[in-house]
Design a protein around this ligand. Structure first.
Ligand code: ZN
Length: 158
């Protein structure tokens, strides 16, 4: 389970709408108690996906010539230096990076195969669907021992 406040959800929704029709992404900071994650801060980041990133990844994804699939409308990436800064910030403030959020413009809030392949085992992945520019439902996912995504309940707190 992941606990997200209405305020954090608002930040994610606003970010998702501002980058529409491209995907947005960001980092979820917080802490873990037992199986329950609590988000304490949400930090929007740039979607660093580019054709160069695509080239780095193509060794592992099925070839698809549709440029759309390799654009920010269907992909996101967080720059390594941004992750590094986030790790340092988490350490300084005694919490952890507990997950990543991103949006799916005009697409359901279920993880893509690409999302699955590049997901980290210990993170939660919050995906928000955006329909015609308006944020819809968010769902959270985490990997099981077979590197398959399983839904994770979101508890909305005030
Ligand atoms: Zn995705």
């Amino acid at each position: 389970m992941i606990k997200l406040s209405q305020e954090h959800l608002k930040i994610i929704c606003a970010h998702a709408e501002s980058t529409y029709p491209e995907e947005c992404c960001g980092i979820l900071f917080g802490y873990l108690v037992g199986n329950s994650k609590t988000v304490v801060e949400v930090t929007p980041t740039d979607n660093a996906w580019s054709s160069e990133t695509a080239t780095d990844f193509t060794g592992n994804i099925e070839t698809n010539d549709d440029a759309f699939l390799y654009s920010k409308r269907r992909r996101y990436a967080i720059a390594p230096q941004v992750i590094f800064q986030a790790q340092r910030k988490a350490r300084d403030r005694h919490f952890n990076i507990i997950g990543i959020y991103h949006s799916h413009p005009d697409y359901p809030n279920i993880p893509s195969e690409f999302d699955r392949l590049y997901a980290w085992q210990e993170y939660s992945y919050v995906i928000i669907s955006v329909k015609n520019g308006i944020s819809a439902d968010a769902r959270s996912w985490s990997l099981d021992d077979n590197h398959q995504f399983q839904p994770e309940a979101i508890q909305k707190c005030s």
